[in-house]
Design a binder for this molecule. Structure first.
Ligand SMILES: Nc1nc2c(ncn2[C@@H]2O[C@H](COP(=O)(O)OP(=O)(O)OP(=O)(O)O)[C@@H](O)[C@H]2O)c(=O)[nH]1
Ligand SMILES: [Mg+2]
Length: 423
């Protein structure tokens, strides 16, 4: 079964809670705190698996939950962090946050990505001993992991997309220019799922061609099969429009050509203006007059046309060279840009709900949204920390801290994350 669109739910693991425990030893009256930290919750990681070519597995399993981190224990034993939950997807899968529509990943630009971060483990009470507080009877709980409902869509990666009415010879063509072996038969909708083929042009030079089911009038409104598959030509750099010029099926090639382009336009305006080459197929069955009048029309429209017979292979090689030459001048395959959660939205939310209080000489900042921001921060990554700093500043947290008299070197605690304040 070919499936190229699914919705699933992912949830990263919760961090383990920090432990509250005190050192116990014979003859030692009151031992210090020795509660260990909780381990990190498992991330949910997406990884490209080139052996996969459909999202069918996700039709049957829709919830993916990573394990929680282990809680801390006594004797300063830290809980184990949970392993990442790795989800394998075919190359070309585009992942969106179903709630906001934001693009989270394009699994053609990236091989692997952490989509939901596991929560940090909570600190054990060992961390909270100070000269004035020798018996800290508290620890921090682990933070929840991120969770999302995501829409996944497979958009195949091909340089050239074959489009045309059913039975015009698209599959025959891909079978003669590449090693792909699609089903070929004399009836409509022989091809039911997209097929990719690598076309080699010359030593060290090749491009990828995608064969999709035939389109019919109304395809863009969901009639027939083609519409479901047009998303697979959305990334193509070039459209190869195959037309049957022989009229053996009683159709008019000019009308066919117009109808298909109309469908492309209805599906996606931009798709219709994608560079397009026309392959006039079944020339072995067409009269010179039929070919000539089609050529006049096509060239009049400003397209380049190639006479071919996929069945006899004639004309296929010049077509391949022409495609390759045109591809050299075109931009690379479209990648979807990952959209980060807009800063301004986060700032607004934080601004409305953060609170700061002092606890044992530490500035403690709290707020639900901070948790989500922290989920995006990687403390080992400079850019990420800068982003965090920007959020703190723009959402007014730094102003508030300064108002409260914070000084260089004072400790600020934001959830489980403690750092020295630097101006
Ligand atoms: N005479 C002739 N027949 C051809 C040519 N190319 C393809 N055919 C025949 O046309 C029929 C349909 O070919 P396919 O390659 O399956 O057509 P398709 O466009 O992939 O069709 P769908 O998958 O249904 O959209 C088959 O019987 C082919 O043998 C050609 O150049 N000349
Ligand atoms: Mg076919």
């Amino acid at each position: 079964m070919f499936v190229d669109k699914v919705q699933i739910r992912i949830k990263a693991g919760k961090g383990g809670d920090g432990a509250i425990s005190f050192h116990r030893e014979k003859y030692v009256a009151a031992g210090g705190p020795d509660g260990g930290d909780g381990g990190r919750g498992g991330n949910v990681v997406f990884m490209v698996d080139t052996n996969l070519s459909t999202l069918v597995d996700f039709k049957f399993k829709r919830r993916y939950i990573a394990q929680d981190g282990e809680p801390g224990r006594n004797k300063r034993c830290n809980g184990k962090s949970a392993p990442d939950l790795v989800i394998k997807v075919p190359k070309g899968t585009v992942i969106r946050d179903a709630d906001t529509g934001r693009i989270m990943a394009d699994m053609s630009a990236q091989e692997a990505i952490v989509l939901a971060k596991g929560g940090n483990g909570g600190w054990g009470n060992t961390h909270f001993a100070t000269p004035t507080r020798q018996v800290p009877r508290f620890a921090k709980p682990g933070l929840p992991g991120e969770e999302y409902t995501i829409d996944m869509e497979l958009k195949l990666l091909a340089d050239v997309g074959l489009v045309g009415f059913p039975n015009v010879g698209k599959s025959t063509l891909i079978s003669v220019v590449s090693a792909a072996k699609p089903k070929i038969a004399n009836y409509h909708f022989t091809t039911l799922t997209p097929v990719l083929g690598v076309v080699s042009v010359e030593e060290g030079k090749s491009f990828v061609m995608a064969d999709i089911p035939g389109l019919i009038q109304g395809a863009s409104e969901g009639i027939g099969l083609g519409h479901e598959f047009l998303r697979h030509v959305e990334r193509c750099r070039l459209i190869l429009h195959v037309v049957d010029v022989s009229g053996i099926e009683g159709r008019d090639p000019i009308e066919d050509f117009k109808a298909i382009n109309e469908e492309l336009k209805n599906f996606n305006e931009e798709l219709a203006s994608r560079p397009q080459i026309v392959a006039a197929n079944k020339c072995d069955m067409a009269t010179p007059e039929q070919i000539a009048s089609f050529r006049t029309f096509i060239e009049g429209q400003g397209y380049e046309m190639f006479e071919i017979s996929a069945a006899t292979r004639s004309g296929a090689q010049p077509l391949v060279y022409a495609i390759s030459k045109l591809l050299d001048t075109l931009p690379p395959i479209k990648q979807y840009e990952v959209e980060h959660v807009p800063l301004s939205e986060i700032e607004k939310k934080i601004k409305n709900e953060f609170q700061i209080h002092m606890e044992d000489g530490i500035y403690v900042v709290e707020g639900d949204w901070l948790m989500q921001v922290l989920g995006l921060v990687d403390v080992n990554d400079y850019e990420s920390l800068q982003y965090f700093q920007r959020v703190l500043r723009k959402s007014g947290i730094i102003d508030k801290l300064e108002e409260m008299g914070i000084q260089e070197g004072d400790t600020v605690s934001i959830l489980n994350f403690e750092f020295d304040y630097i101006r």
